[in-house]
Design a protein around this ligand. Structure first.
Ligand SMILES: NC(=O)c1ccc[n+]([C@@H]2O[C@H](COP(=O)([O-])OP(=O)(O)OC[C@H]3O[C@@H](n4cnc5c(N)ncnc54)[C@H](O)[C@@H]3O)[C@@H](O)[C@H]2O)c1
Length: 551
């Protein structure tokens, strides 16, 4: 018997070959029942951060005229050892993703347990029942070097395999909607030919109905709303696919308030997603050099950004943090570059800004590690042997997703230098990038391969006990803007640590009052883009000199 282990360590048996027939029957029975009640059948392929919540949003949707649910959703998840646990989890009405938005747990529980409009399965056979199938599986970009995107490649295997599976079961009148962020051209040049060939093999004369509409989901406080109450872009391979995707999205997304943009061709929808995310990656990368400038010039980048943001034309200027993580921004631009060469046979070296931005973002965490070393040196401590606590390992505030988080690089660099790093995060249960650094996020592509002394990091555990985590630390690095860390008082941190310590603010969590207080308490403080710290320190020293003179 093989098992899949959930993030909190529960073992779920994976299906055996003899389990498939019974599961197919179970799904067929449910479908028959729901069809009799007038339900449309929607299959969501891939129950990850996007698919699990999208499946629930569709299952929660109601007919605008009658107010009653009309979509029965089958979440189809691959029963892999890494993700197979999501199937029994969802079937118990539990969310397989962790987020601060309480609506995530509620909508999944409601649709599975009360409305009974959502189930999960491992069998591909479920696809044969679909009126609509939504593809929400991953499509990775595998980087071969650290800080050099140019040598990587798109991992197309899982996506192509999924299109082959869909082609085997899809009904001729069913719509296949790709939500996965793909290299532009994938829908028409990869998926469409695979589906057409599969239809030809099955003797189906009709052309497959195929569309693309990308997700703009933001896991976090408004997770569900960022799917359901948000603007969408879509396109179909032909007029009927376009009509069908528009109709479907209008039924499940609140397009009345958030109008749908229908583009002419899927390659335009695919490109829109890539440009949208490359644009954001570029703004953040652009701020990296100004952040370093700020540190040298005694400037607080946070105040500079706030001053600029007042101008409506510049309101989306952002503070970059210790790197730019998440599943999308570190890879999406690369999907576009790959498409240019591999799907459109481009020969020029066209892309300059996009790879530069991602390369800069991918290595920004190394600077945080340098600042930690500087602050430790000021406290007369070497990095080697120092106890360093990292506060936050998810890629952004109030989420449990660690993919490509800037924190990973900080841990790896400091560990290479001999620090004893421990980690706290209120949302993350397991940091798979370390626990399974042999095969995560991909069998051959752990960032471990770019650093020395990484072996012991397999034992790295993420603590949820902040007080205990702080005890006895020589340094603390604020890496994620979780609300819990914004509330932390300097006195409490120093008291818990048991002594003054090195403090690194990597994501603008500390205001001047807190920085001053840490300094008063005898801590060495550094901050990414926080050049005013040196000035605050001088002010404090001269105030101390004055008071000594007076006394
Ligand atoms: N996570 C985000 O915030 C976000 C935001 C916008 C867009 N996207 C895009 O959405 C897509 C999905 O991202 P995600 O974060 O949900 O990824 P994920 O890795 O969390 O989920 C993908 C899921 O698909 C499953 N899967 C793979 N092949 C399968 C198959 N053949 N059958 C059934 N299940 C299969 C995997 O096991 C996994 O559970 C990606 O293209 C991503 O770029 C993600």
């Amino acid at each position: 018997m093989k098992y899949s282990i959930s993030p909190e360590g529960k073992r779920f048996p994976l299906p055996r070959p003899e389990d498939y027939a019974a599961e197919e029957k179970r799904i067929a029975r449910l479908v028959e029942e729901k069809r009799k009640q007038g339900f449309e059948i929607v299959v969501v392929m891939g129950l990850g951060f996007v698919g699990a919540v999208m499946a629930a949003v569709v299952a929660d949707s109601v007919d605008r005229k009658t107010g009653r649910p009309r979509k029965f959703v089958i979440g189809k998840q691959r029963p892999s050892d890494r993700s197979g646990w999501k199937i029994p989890y969802l079937n118990r009405g539990l969310s397989p993703v962790q987020a601060e938005d309480p609506e995530v747990a509620r909508i999944i529980h409601r649709t599975v347990k009360q409305k009974k409009t959502l189930v999960a399965t491992f069998t591909d056979d479920a696809i044969r029942h679909a009126d609509v199938i939504i593809v929400d599986i991953q499509c990775d970009y595998l980087k071969e070097s650290l800080g050099d995107l140019s040598t990587g490649t798109v991992e197309m295997r899982d996506l192509e395999e999924s299109f082959h599976i869909i082609g085997r079961y899809l009904q001729p009148r069913a719509l296949c909607l790709i939500e996965t962020t793909v290299a532009p051209g994938t829908t028409e040049r990869v998926a469409y030919p695979i589906l057409k060939q599969a239809f030809a093999r099955r003797g189906i004369k009709a052309s497959p109905l195929l569309a693309h509409s990308y997700e703009r989901v933001m896991p976090g406080r408004n997770y569900v709303a960022s799917i359901r109450d948000f603007w969408r872009v879509c396109a179909g391979v032909d007029a009927e696919s376009r009509r069908r995707v528009g109709k479907f999205l209008r039924e499940v997304i609140h397009t009345g308030q958030y109008p749908l943009t229908v583009l002419d061709r899927p390659v335009e929808s695919e490109t829109a997603k890539i440009v949208e995310n490359s644009f954001r990656a570029a703004i953040l990368a652009f701020m990296d050099e100004w952040s370093r400038f700020a540190e040298e010039a005694g400037v607080d980048l946070v105040k500079v950004i706030e001053a600029i943001k007042v101008r409506p034309t510049h309101s989306n200027i952002m503070f970059p943090g210790p790197g730019v993580g998440g599943y999308c921004l570190p890879k999406d631009g690369a999907l576009g570059m790959w498409a240019y060469r591999r799907l459109f046979h481009g020969r020029e070296s066209l892309f300059k800004f996009t790879p530069l931005a991602i390369n800069v973002n991918d290595t920004r965490g190394l600077h945080t590690a340098r600042l930690a070393a500087e602050a430790l040196a000021e406290m007369k401590r070497k990095v080697k042997g120092a106890r360093v606590l990292l506060l936050g390992c998810s890629y952004r505030e109030e989420v449990g997703d660690t993919r490509y988080a800037g924190s990973e690089l900080i841990v790896r660099m400091l560990t290479e230098q001999g620090a004893k790093v421990s980690v706290h995060d209120p949302y993350v249960e397991r940091w798979w990038e370390f626990e399974r650094q042999g095969d995560y996020p991909h069998q051959t592509h752990s960032l471990a391969r770019f650093f020395k002394n990484q072996g012991k990091l397999k034992k790295l555990k993420v603590s949820r006990d902040l007080k205990a985590s702080l005890s006895g630390q020589d340094a603390v690095i604020f890496a994620v803007r979780h609300r819990q860390y914004l509330k932390l008082k300097p006195e409490a941190v120093v008291k818990r640590a048991g002594k003054p310590l090195a403090v690194v603010d990597a994501f603008a969590l500390l205001d001047d009052a807190k920085i001053r207080r840490y300094l008063e308490l005898g801590c060495a403080v550094r901050g990414m883009g926080r050049g005013q710290i040196g000035r605050l320190q001088q002010e404090l020293q001269s105030a101390r000199r004055h008071s000594r003179k007076r006394s």
